[in-house]
Design a protein around this ligand. Structure first.
Ligand SMILES: [Zn+2]
Length: 167
């Protein structure tokens, strides 16, 4: 059974409206759980090979998300809650990298811990963090996209709250 706090977090995941809201939640829970924080990141959407969800270039301030895979998950996912779970989990993973945690296994473990603590182990975000989104959606394995597109899109107003509400 999920705890009261987990029920509240599940509600918030279900009602996320966009990347900015998802990222605000990522930052809040990473601070709460791991006492880690940074500001000033930007989010870029780019078509990338289908085996790559997103990446953070070390030392940069950008998270680059695979728009091809996002669109595929949106199509395949059974609900907005699942799509939001994917978006949240990928952003949390890359945010942890951006905090200076380079090791892939460490980041995966922390993302899983975060999602389990927040939402319970049976939540789609926790399941995707544990293995891979394709555990939930085997259809993703047959996607054929193998190229990086040269075009990309910068998500507006991303990670601006610190500047707006700075004290
Ligand atoms: Zn990673």
């Amino acid at each position: 059974m999920p705890t009261e706090q987990q029920i509240q977090f599940r509600e918030r995941i279900s009602h996320l409206k966009d990347f900015n809201e998802a990222f605000e939640l990522v930052k809040a829970v990473v601070l709460q759980k791991f006492r880690m924080h940074r500001a000033g990141l930007s989010l870029i959407l780019q078509m990338m090979p289908s085996n790559l969800g997103a990446y953070h270039m070390l030392g940069s301030n950008a998270i680059v998300m695979n728009s091809y895979l996002l669109a595929a998950v949106k199509k395949i996912a059974g609900s907005i809650e699942e799509y939001n779970s994917y978006m949240f989990m990928v952003l949390a993973h890359e945010y942890l990298h951006s905090l200076g945690i380079v090791d892939e296994n460490t980041v995966r473990q922390m993302t899983y811990e975060l999602c389990t603590w927040m939402l319970g182990g049976d939540h789609p975000a926790a399941k995707m963090a544990k293995e891979d989104p394709s555990t939930l959606y085997p259809e993703l394995r047959s996607l054929m996209q193998s190229q990086f597109s040269r075009e990309f899109q910068v998500v507006g107003n991303f990670d601006r709250s610190n500047q707006t509400y700075i004290q």
